[in-house]
Structure formats: structure tokens, C-alpha cells
Ligand binder design. Structure first.
Ligand code: PEP
Ligand code: MG
Length: 582
């Protein structure tokens, strides 16, 4: 253009500068040159990839056109996800047609061989193969396979199903709830879009869009440029809301710290029970007949838990760590395979029939509303006592090793609904913790708080705060219990709600500010009226969703806690909330 129409070109470059200076943003301009004369047709702020958005924002600051505050406000936090996970090669993706669709439950792209069990995932992975684990739904027993897999695909389950939550925590791509899959787990095959897939066949899945593809689509790794760190640094200057992470392992905790987490807001201790060497002792505990037997089994688990907690405290280097006590119903831990049932029977000196009878007795019609959370501590106080010892002993050891850190345990009791119920468990925890601290001859502060996950707890927050030193909103359960929708099954009918325009969003992904949020707002206000120093956070999946983070800022929470890979999103969203509210 410069050679053919030098005058028009000179004018065009001037106009570009004028427009960019005027709009103070990168422009997408349309123009034409007729008989050597320049005509501008249109200008608008240019669309941009996530990577480009960061670069443009930094350039605008360097050119003096924008302040860092404005640069932070320009970035859409939701787009940061794509910078942190592998993506499909753009060209190959364009040439592919999805064969099915589920929920985009954990972002990133994965391509690998189909496997149907956690053991097969590990076995193929050990041979250097990439795999996609395909299950009806996952359970805590699948953890090793989920870790080994590049991607996870489930037939059932919503945005807060086990597969979705665990995959997001690991940063592994996951598509959940693809009801079009016809699954035959027993014979290791499934049918989708008229094609039958067997172990070893290639599929590709996109955890952002939920698309499922037949065959191989190559992936490219994420690259984080220096601009990412600059924007995050500015965001941290503006935000007042702290950002913690949901992490159960030192590896997850370290990853989250690299991504800017300032502590652990939720360590789900049950995930620690599934490692090979602990699950046996845990099952013995479940199948015990007497308190003494149960205590003996718990004594075997105690050193493992203590080691796990020590590693977490080490990884966090004195930053806060909230450890939540056992939450899921016990049936989730019992063996399902005949061979494992036999092993357990032998270890317990019981018959296979006895063990099967115990397993059957744990069956509940509504386990999510059943014998779980602090109800387990009320019925089996020895579990809470063991966990208290493990937390406090770990904290004492790490404190002794690092005099310059302040290790102050935060023990979180899940699923309370009544202040007396909480007091019952808290008193036991406090007595156990105080005895451990006194025996160690050390000064140590600790707090006992609760999760607010049941509407009654929110409604009686003034009473609950008499016992709880902190509140953490478990909005996965609080959403489930407020709507009366099962978090595992709601995916089956929510599509109809979107089609009928009853709902715009999945309430398990984006906080329902009108209903659930109302309960939270009230609980914070009433809780603080009883106990002004009460600190409040959120650790449900909403803690990593930008609009929900903004709401949490508005109602005066102290922190949000989310899975490691969502920490940068939460940091940016928290900064934008602070900037917007000014
Ligand atoms: C919650 O309910 O929001 C929560 C964080 O606990 P979980 O998902 O483990 O039930
Ligand atoms: Mg919960």
C-alpha cells in the first residue's frame, strides 16, 4: 500500500494513531482507497486471543495510554483458562467435527486412547501411552486413574460431580454428563454417534466446550508470557479479597502457590484415604464392631494423616491451611470388587457375607443428605479425635522446624445445621487439641470453624457463630440444598430449564445471587454481629467463577478458595471487583 498509494498510506497511519489514541485500545478498522483517496468505513475495538489481550494491555500501559488499573479491568478473567491448559492445534480443530457433546467441566484439550477403568489408565500410562478415562461416573476409587489420564469423560454428572471437581483440582481436562453415550462398562465399550468404541481407540475431548471428537486431534501446550505476571502483579495491588486454593496434596498446593494462592481454603481430607496403604485401614475402621476396634484401625491411619498434613504445612510455608474433617458418607469407601471384599474379610477375620452385610447396611437412599459431614463425628467421635491429633501434631512439628513461620491450624467441620450439634463436635476437637498442645509444651493458636452448606446453618448464623471461629461457604452443597437439586443428577434436567429459558446459567457453576447469595449475605452479617472477628470465605466451585467472586467481594467475604488452575482467574476477578466498587 505504501508503494502504490503513498499519500493514502501516510494518511491511513495517521488515522490509525488518532483512532487508537481516542479509543485507547487496539482497533479493528475497515477502510477502502478509491482513486487514491482513503475512506475509513468502520472502527471497533479489536477481538483478541487471551495471550494478545495481556500483551495489548501491557503495551497500552507502556505507551502511557492506560493506567495499570485500567489494564487490569480490560482483561476478561474467563479467558485466562486457555493460557493455563493445553489446547487443540487450531488448524486440526477446524478440520474436525464433534461427534458428541457433554459439559465443559474442566478446561483444556486431551487426546488419547480410550480406557474404561482406573487400573487400565495406570497400566497404559506406564507404557507411555496417553489415555482418556471414560466412565459412567467417577468415584474416589478412580483417583489413581484420573491422575494418569490426559482427559476424563463421563456419561453422568454435572459441574460439581466428583469427576468435574477432582479434574479441575488436578488441572486435567474433563467433559462430564454426556448422556448420549451408550455405555457398556462391563464389556469395556461404548457407543456414540452410531460408532462403537473399544479400549485403545483414540478420542479427543475439549474440556472448555464439552465437545467430543473421534480420533486424534493434536494438542499444543500452554505458554505463559511475561505479560501474564505483570497483569497479575497489578491485580494483586488492587484486590482486597484474598485468594486461597482447594488442595489436598503438596503437589497441588505448590502449583497453586506458583499461581498466586495465599493459603489453602479447603483440604478435603477424605481424598487422602484412598491411597493403597490407607484404604485398607480405613475399611477396617468402617467394618469394626466396637469402639476399641475402630480406634485401633484409626491408629494405623493417624501417622499417614499426620505426614500428609506436615507436607501440606511445609508446602504452604506458614500461610494459612484450612483442613476439613471427613465429609463423605462411609459407603463411598467400601470395596465393590469381590476380590477386595474377600481381602477385607480375611483382614477382619470375618466372612465375606458379614462384610457384604455391613456394606449393605451403609446403603442410603439419599447419601448426599445422609450420614455424612459432622454427623459422622457425632456418631463416631473417634474419627474426629484422630483427625484433630493428626492436624495438631503435624502443625507442632512444622512449627518447631520453622520458628519464623506462624503455623496456626484452621480445623473446619463440614455440614453443620445446628449450633448445639457444632458445639458437641467442637468441644471434642478442642479438648483433644488442647491436650496435644499442652503435651508438646508449645504455644499454638488454632481455630475451629464450620462450613455453611445447609440453609438452616445460614438462617441461624448468629447462633452458629457462637461456636464457629470462621465460616466457609460450601456453595456446592448450599446450592444443592437450597434448590433441592442433587448436584450429581441435576445435569439430566437442567438443559430443559435452559431451553425453556427458566435458567440462564448452571447454578452449580455461577452462584445464584438471588437465593443462595441471599443466604450467604445474611449469614455473614448475622455471624459477624455475634462475633465481629469472624472471618468468612467460600470454597465451593463458585470461588473460581468471576461473577461469583465479585459477589463475594460485595458481601464482605475475606477470601475465595478455588482449584489451583483457577487461582489467577480469581485474583483478576477480585481485583476487578475492587476496582468496580470504587
Ligand atoms: C461444597 O459443598 O461447596 C464443598 C466445598 O464441599 P464438597 O464439594 O466437598 O461437598
Ligand atoms: Mg460440601
Amino acid at each position: 500500500m505504501e508503494q502504490k498509494f503513498p499519500e493514502a498510506f501516510a494518511e491511513f497511519t495517521e488515522v490509525c494513531k488518532t483512532l487508537e489514541n481516542h479509543y485507547r485500545d487496539m482497533q479493528d478498522m475497515e477502510f477502502t482507497v478509491e482513486h487514491g483517496k482513503l475512506f475509513m468505513l468502520q472502527t471497533r475495538n479489536g477481538k483478541r486471543t487471551a495471550q494478545a489481550a495481556l500483551q495489548i494491555a501491557c503495551d497500552l500501559v507502556d505507551e502511557g495510554m492506560r493506567t495499570p488499573e485500567e489494564a487490569v479491568a480490560m482483561i476478561d478473567p474467563r479467558n485466562l483458562d486457555t493460557l493455563l491448559h493445553p489446547q487443540f492445534d487450531a488448524k486440526a480443530l477446524k478440520a474436525s467435527e464433534p461427534m458428541g457433546k457433554g459439559l465443559g467441566a474442566s478446561p483444556g484439550a486431551a487426546c488419547g486412547k480410550v480406557v474404561f477403568t482406573a487400573d487400565d489408565a495406570v497400566a497404559w500410562n506406564d507404557k507411555g501411552e496417553k489415555v482418556v478415562l471414560v466412565r459412567l461416573e467417577t468415584s474416589p476409587e478412580d483417583i489413581t486413574g484420573m491422575k494418569a489420564a490426559q482427559g476424563i469423560l463421563t456419561v453422568r454428572g454435572g459441574m460439581t460431580s466428583h469427576a468435574a471437581v477432582v479434574a479441575r483440582g488436578m488441572g486435567t481436562c474433563c467433559v462430564s454428563g454426556c448422556g448420549d453415550i451408550n455405555m457398556d462398562e462391563e464389556n469395556k465399550r461404548f457407543t456414540l454417534a452410531g460408532k462403537e468404541f473399544h479400549e485403545g481407540d483414540y478420542i479427543s475431548i475439549d474440556g472448555s466446550t464439552g465437545n467430543i471428537y473421534d480420533g486424534i486431534i493434536p494438542t499444543v501446550d500452554a505458554t505463559i508470557a511475561g505479560t501474564f505476571g505483570r497483569i497479575m502483579g497489578w491485580a494483586d495491588e488492587f484486590r482486597t479479597l484474598k485468594v486461597r486454593t482447594n488442595a489436598d496434596t503438596p503437589a497441588d498446593a505448590k502449583k497453586a502457590r506458583e499461581l498466586g494462592a495465599e493459603g489453602i481454603g479447603l483440604c478435603r481430607t477424605e481424598h487422602m484415604f484412598f491411597e493403597e496403604d490407607r484404604i485398607a485401614a480405613f475399611r477396617e475402621m468402617i467394618c469394626s464392631d466396637t469402639v476399641e476396634e475402630r480406634e485401633a484401625a484409626l491408629d494405623k491411619i493417624l501417622p499417614y494423616q499426620q505426614n500428609d498434613f506436615e507436607a501440606l504445612y511445609e508446602a504452604l510455608e506458614g500461610c494459612p491451611v484450612t483442613i476439613r474433617f471427613l465429609d463423605p458418607p462411609l459407603h463411598e469407601f467400601v470395596p465393590t470388587e469381590e476380590e477386595d471384599i474377600k481381602k477385607l474379610a480375611d483382614a477382619q477375620g470375618k466372612s465375606v457375607e458379614d462384610i457384604k452385610a455391613i456394606i449393605a447396611s451403609l446403603h442410603e437412599f439419599n447419601p448426599m443428605m445422609g450420614h455424612r459431614g459432622l454427623r459422622l463425628a457425632v456418631t463416631y467421635p473417634e474419627i474426629a479425635k484422630m483427625q484433630t491429633k493428626a492436624v495438631i501434631r503435624a502443625a507442632i512439628n512444622v512449627q518447631k522446624a520453622h520458628a519464623d513461620w506462624t503455623v496456626a491450624p484452621e480445623i473446619m467441620i463440614p455440614l453443620s445445621c445446628d449450633t448445639k450439634e457444632l458445639k458437641y463436635v467442637k468441644d471434642m476437637v478442642v479438648a483433644t487439641a488442647d491436650a496435644e498442645i499442652a503435651a508438646a509444651g508449645i504455644e499454638m493458636k488454632y481455630e475451629v470453624g464450620t462450613m455453611i452448606e445447609i440453609p438452616r446453618a445460614a438462617l441461624t448464623a448468629d447462633e452458629i457463630a457462637k461456636e464457629a471461629e470462621f465460616f466457609c461457604f460450601g456453595t456446592n452443597d448450599l446450592t444443592q440444598m437450597t434448590y433441592g437439586f442433587s448436584r450429581d443428577d441435576a445435569g439430566k434436567f437442567l438443559d430443559a430449564y435452559y431451553d425453556a429459558k427458566i435458567f440462564e446459567n448452571d447454578p452449580f457453576a455461577k452462584l445464584d445471587q438471588t437465593g443462595v447469595g441471599q443466604l450467604m449475605k445474611m449469614a455473614v452479617a448475622n455471624g459477624k454481629a455475634t462475633r465481629p472477628e469472624l472471618h468468612c470465605g467460600i470454597c465451593g466451585e463458585h470461588g473460581g467463577d468471576p461473577s461469583s467472586v465479585e459477589f463475594c467481594h460485595e458481601i464482605g467475604l475475606d477470601y475465595v478458595s478455588c482449584s489451583p488452575f483457577r487461582v489467577p482467574i480469581a485474583r483478576l476477578a477480585a481485583a476487578q471487583a475492587a476496582i468496580n466498587s470504587k
